[in-house]
Design a protein around this ligand. Structure first.
Ligand SMILES: Cc1ncc(COP(=O)(O)O)c(C=O)c1O
Length: 377
């Protein structure tokens, strides 16, 4: 077979995104055992770093083994039981995945649906919550399928007034955009490592509010998903260190190093950098005569831009040319947005003025090559 030799790529898609070089170096360090004191030291550093990027003092903050969907299923399986009234605010693909998990766990799922790209106002959320009286509500903070950023308090405020817990999918926002879990009232937030944290996929950062911890402690029946049972996981990662599963040690090294890079830069400075790059991205897109899919600027995810595909342009051809000629990966739309949007991530080491120049230099060329002759200048 010889040695593995992946192609050189610039990951300007929604994820996985470009990885910090020091993260790769950390992954090559020697593996220790899953009960080694060094592993638990790394785990404590991971937990402390995650508290900072989540913006929380929640003691129950850890990394679940598995990708973002494992975090999603952790939230659903520990807090949504057969018969639970589960209200899902759905304006995109990933909210639908949460609803599907709720169904599989036997919940009574109610979907409050809006078009892909919209967000929910507090008045809309309050009306739905007062009507349905759910025990648990869920929303996607940064809906990767549409580019829309949902203000969390619009949902958490009315949900808490009605006594409901709130699940927030922060898979695309963590590490690049402020979430401020404690202020925003999210009770169970989950994320991934391969987007705003600039690490490879493999772990799902997770945090639980004290309010949700009380609900968890009061559970009578064990979680049906043994692997994602937070009570069992807390016995492994907590003081008892009781074996639960073989933690993916190299992934923890990677996350520890990715978080260290973020803390070295400064969490707020990193958010500001992504916001500045986003503003410049939008300015350049509009200067090209293109439109952003999400109309309201404050409702756009700062690290994942969705740009409308112009008339006469085949988005698949543009993506293919970007990859083949420039080694640049971006993504297209799917579901109702198939063929209609480009999804372009500006994250981590690529969220810089040089990253913008590199991307736009290639994008402008590929748009011309992929345009129908009538559209070509
Ligand atoms: C908003 C959102 N939620 C959940 C997921 C699922 O995460 P994963 O693919 O890491 O399992 C994704 C993946 O892109 C996502 O963007």
């Amino acid at each position: 077979m010889g040695f593995l030799s992946p192609p050189r790529r610039f990951l300007f898609g929604p994820g996985p995104t470009q990885i910090e070089p020091r993260v790769y170096e950390a992954m090559a360090k020697p593996v220790v055992g899953y009960l080694d004191p060094f592993f638990f030291q790394v785990n404590e550093e991971v937990r402390a770093g995650l508290q900072q990027v989540f913006g929380t003092q929640n003691d129950f903050t850890l990394a679940i083994s598995g990708t973002g969907s494992a975090g999603m299923e952790t939230a659903v399986s520990n807090f949504v039981d057969p018969g639970t009234k589960f209200l899902v605010f759905s304006a995109g693909y990933f909210a639908e995945r949460i609803a599907e998990m709720g169904r599989r766990h036997g919940a009574t799922v109610i979907r409050f649906e809006k078009p892909w790209g919209d967000v929910f106002t507090e008045a809309e959320a309050r009306e739905a919550i007062e009507r349905e009286r759910p025990q648990v509500a869920a929303f996607v903070h940064a809906e990767t399928s549409t580019g829309a950023l949902q203000p969390p308090q619009a949902i958490s405020r009315p949900a808490h007034e009605a006594g409901a817990l709130v699940i927030g999918d922060c898979v695309t926002s963590l590490g690049a955009a402020p979430i401020r879990v404690d202020e925003s009232g999210i009770d169970m937030a989950f994320s991934c490592t391969q987007k705003g944290l600039s690490c490879p996929p493999g772990l799902s950062p997770f945090t639980v509010s004290p309010r949700a911890m009380e609900r968890l402690q009061a559970r009578k029946n064990p979680n049906r998903v043994w692997y994602l049972d937070l009570k069992l996981l807390s016995e492994y990662y907590g003081v008892q260190h009781r074996y639960h599963h073989t933690a993916p040690v190299s992934s923890f090294y990677a996350l520890r190093e990715g978080l260290a890079a973020i803390l070295d830069e400064g969490v707020e400075k990193r958010f500001e950098r992504h916001a500045r790059v986003h503003a410049e991205f939008v300015r350049r897109v509009e200067a090209m005569g293109l439109r952003m899919h999400v109309a309201t600027p404050s409702h756009r995810i700062p690290n994942l831009n969705t740009v409308c595909v112009p008339e006469g342009v085949d988005d698949a051809l543009v993506r293919r040319a970007l990859l083949a000629d420039h080694g640049i990966e971006i993504a297209g739309g799917f579901g109702p947005l198939a063929g209609k949007i480009f999804r372009i991530g500006m994250m981590g080491p690529l969220a810089t003025p040089a990253g913008l120049d590199q991307f736009f230099g290639a994008f402008e060329k590929c748009l011309v090559t992929a345009s129908a002759p009538a559209v070509r200048m």
